[in-house]
Design a protein around this ligand. Structure first.
Ligand code: ZN
Length: 333
């Protein structure tokens, strides 16, 4: 017996020396199935966001109903869309119920948006070559429109700074005619940079000379406003796929912004409660009647049973069970 314990200790010891120094991969966050000590409604907001696919934009819920089952029974919380209720508690709920990030995050970003507006005004003043005119084209954009541009290859990102009114497309015109190409864009870009903005002409791999934005990239924005992780996180798989395919082509140089964004999102989600990726069968303890309680609910809803270790996430007609877990970084290999 003693020998066995000794051997066991040696194994543990080796384990520590081998794995203790193991470097973690900041690009790979996994939801590990684990007993959860406590759960709150914010955790459920995140699970809903992370598990409900972006493609189902036509199924944005108008109401959300959340349930947490624990030793003491079942607690529930209902949310409905009301932009007059934008406070910290409602921020995530409201964000789950709209296509327009500005409706929800406009308040958080008000100062940045205002600063960017001032910057645009300054730019319009300093850029005035004789015979040319500068026009600000589209600035604000909804999620569905961005997704459409992205799917058609017209935009390289699933969530753009345009969605936050922190980017603008500019056109240079000569005698009323829009100039697609002109080296004046370079001059405009350098003026924008002098004012503290970032120029699309500097984008690696897909320069966009008629684009100016307030932050160097999404990672930068999330760094300054960590709560925006909530908005970005549902696109994470898209970003990860893009990164993986660039990696496979040996072109990670083209996706540096994407890499930074993934790292930033992962950092903000590590150690948080999650719904694990692989759906599981309906838990045995549930009868057909259990589902009856949701009948007639036209909402999105989440039911988490903390002790049993599962969560049921439903939006529109599709609902799935997932194991509850905690996010942790994968070891670098
Ligand atoms: Zn643009």
């Amino acid at each position: 017996m003693q020998v066995k314990i000794g051997l066991f200790l040696i194994l543990i010891f080796c384990g520590f020396t081998v794995f203790g120094v193991q470097e973690l991969d900041s690009l790979q966050l996994n939801c590990e199935k684990k007993p959860i000590k406590s759960l709150n409604f914010e955790d459920l907001q995140w699970m809903f966001r992370e598990r409900v696919r972006v493609e189902s934009q036509d199924q944005i819920p108008t109401h959300l109903a959340f349930f947490i089952q624990d030793v003491s029974g079942i607690k529930s919380q209902n949310y409905s869309f009301d932009t007059t209720l934008i406070n910290k508690e409602n921020l995530f709920a409201l964000s789950n119920m709209t296509d327009d990030p500005l409706l929800v995050w406009g308040k958080t970003l008000a100062q940045e948006i205002e600063n960017f507006k001032t910057l645009k005004d300054s730019l319009a003043k300093v850029f005035n070559p004789r015979g040319y005119r500068l026009k600000f084209l589209q600035s604000e954009r909804g999620l569905a429109r961005q997704m459409d541009l992205f799917n058609r290859g017209r935009s390289m990102t699933a969530l753009s700074l345009h969605n936050f009114n922190l980017a603008v497309d500019v056109g240079i015109y000569r005698r009323g005619r829009y100039l697609r190409r002109s080296n004046l864009y370079e001059r405009l870009g350098s003026m924008a940079k002098d004012l503290g903005a970032f120029w699309g002409g500097d984008f690696v791999g897909f320069p966009d000379v008629g684009h100016i934005q307030a932050f160097s990239n999404g990672a930068n924005l999330v760094q300054k406003f960590p709560e925006l992780t909530f908005e970005y996180v549902r696109f994470k798989e898209i970003y990860e796929d893009n990164y993986a395919s660039a990696l496979a082509r040996g072109r990670v140089d083209l996706v540096e912004d994407t890499r930074q964004l993934i790292v930033e999102l992962n950092k903000n989600r590590a150690q948080k409660v999650c719904a694990c990726k692989q759906a599981i069968p309906i838990p045995n303890e549930l009868s057909a009647e259990w589902f009856e309680q949701f009948k007639g609910m036209s909402t999105g809803y989440v039911f988490a049973n903390r002790q049993a270790g599962w969560v049921y996430i439903k939006n529109g007609n599709s609902g799935y069970f997932y194991p509850l877990g905690v996010y942790s970084f994968a070891a670098k290999n």
